[in-house]
Design a protein around this ligand. Structure first.
Ligand SMILES: NC(=O)c1ccc[n+]([C@@H]2O[C@H](COP(=O)([O-])OP(=O)(O)OC[C@H]3O[C@@H](n4cnc5c(N)ncnc54)[C@H](O)[C@@H]3O)[C@@H](O)[C@H]2O)c1
Length: 358
């Protein structure tokens, strides 16, 4: 990361009260950027947003991502040069429970945001954060490339694939590369990350937060899909990619528009049960239960999901920094410090400094 680039830049992060948005906000605050946020309020004491007191550190506006009036006010008030779009309903199981809310938030949220950004002449970079689940996945073990067919078996995945489509439509209609520097000054990209872990995620139905809640409550964690293979990454890895992408879009324009996979090396893609065992090395009281009959629930989740990340290394020169052991070790370190009542701002800043060498 080029710290000098970020100093004084006006940045809007949607979803800044969530897990990834909070880490991203803290990194950019540490560079001296002016960071603004728009999201739903978050009163979760264990989540990273409140654990590091971000509400006092950055300018936050609260509202629904589909609320055109509030979102426009937040955009006018922040006049962003760079926008990271992370606000979403990001949980696969919640997508099954409430598909309408999931589609509304993830699809119309993207439409509402991009529409509100159309008249911002100072806007230079937009990074829309989607997911590795946007691909049509036949569980045949092949790793996905950016040019592969989009799909989405479940409502969450489908809604994120739609968010990709919305982005592509807005690029051709309103942020067209041919019109760059004429009717607009913005370059837009999407980033498709794999499973992200790290301190301060307290979302339901995600394996690491489930484990930490189990440790906190002295219970056993129930593993839904213990043998599913996932591309695990520490949260700082995809955030470093989003940051790099925003810099490239800002400085080089539409040459860097498009979609980018971001994920770990193939050897760092492990089964859920292996990750839980590795986490357990740091939390001896962590106990897990396997499903009684089938290794999967009847709610479909892909068994294997691996991304081809050749494009980010070839086009952007992006290199993953932390392998699976550092990824899990740093995740455990953060939660352990929180359980021990340490100063979480210091712990978080130290980790950011170590990762980015700033
Ligand atoms: N965590 C992962 O493993 C992972 C992997 C791939 C992609 N992603 C994507 O990264 C982004 C951030 O995920 P996260 O893990 O930080 O999730 P999170 O649940 O911790 O945070 C979600 C954020 O979106 C906001 N939000 C949700 N619904 C909203 C609404 N209706 N209006 C306004 N704001 C709303 C929340 O307030 C919160 O700030 C999401 O787009 C998600 O799909 C996450």
């Amino acid at each position: 990361m080029n710290k000098d680039f970020w100093r004084g830049k006006r940045v809007l992060i949607t979803g800044n009260t969530g897990f990834k948005g909070s880490w991203l906000s803290r990194i950019l605050l540490d560079t001296g950027a002016e960071v603004f946020g728009y999201a739903l309020e978050n009163d979760d004491e264990y989540g990273v947003f409140n654990a590091i007191g971000l509400d006092k550190e950055m300018s936050c506006r609260y509202g629904d991502i589909c609320d055109e009036g509030k979102l426009s006010e937040a955009i006018k008030g922040s006049d962003p040069e760079i926008v990271f779009h992370l606000a979403a309903q990001p949980i696969v199981l919640k997508g099954y429970e409430d598909p309408v809310y999931t589609y509304r938030t993830n699809v119309m949220g993207t439409v509402t945001l991009l529409n509100a950004l159309r008249d911002r002449s100072g806007l230079r970079s937009v990074v829309n954060v989607t997911t590795d689940k946007v691909y049509e996945n036949n569980d045949n073990g092949v790793s996905f490339r950016e040019s592969d067919r989009l799909g989405g078996y479940d409502p969450y995945s489908g809604s994120k694939a739609c968010s990709e489509l919305v982005t592509s439509t807005f690029v051709s209609s309103f942020f067209n590369p041919v019109q760059y520097g004429i009717s607009h000054n913005a370059a837009v990209a999407t980033a498709r990350a794999g499973n992200v872990i790290g301190g301060g995620d307290n979302a339901p139905d995600r394996i690491i937060p489930d484990c930490i809640r189990a440790v906190r409550n002295g219970e056993a964690v129930k593993l839904r899909n213990p043998y599913s293979i996932r591309p695990w990454q520490h949260v700082l890895e995809p955030l470093a990619l989003y940051i790099m992408l925003a810099e490239k879009l800002y400085e080089n324009g539409t040459e860097y528009s498009g979609a980018y996979n971001v994920g770990p090396r193939e050897e760092d893609c492990l089964t859920v049960i292996d990750v839980v065992k590795k986490l357990g090395q740091n939390f001896p009281s962590l106990v897990y239960e396997l499903p009684e009959n089938a290794p999967e629930t009847d709610l479909h989740e892909a068994k294997k999901l691996i991304l081809d990340t050749g494009k980010i290394s070839e086009k952007l020169g992006f290199v993953n920094k932390w392998g699976i052991d550092e990824c899990i070790g740093n995740t455990a370190l953060w939660y352990r410090a929180q359980l021990d009542g340490e100063d979480m701002v210091k712990v978080t800043d130290k980790m950011i400094k170590e990762y980015f060498e700033i």
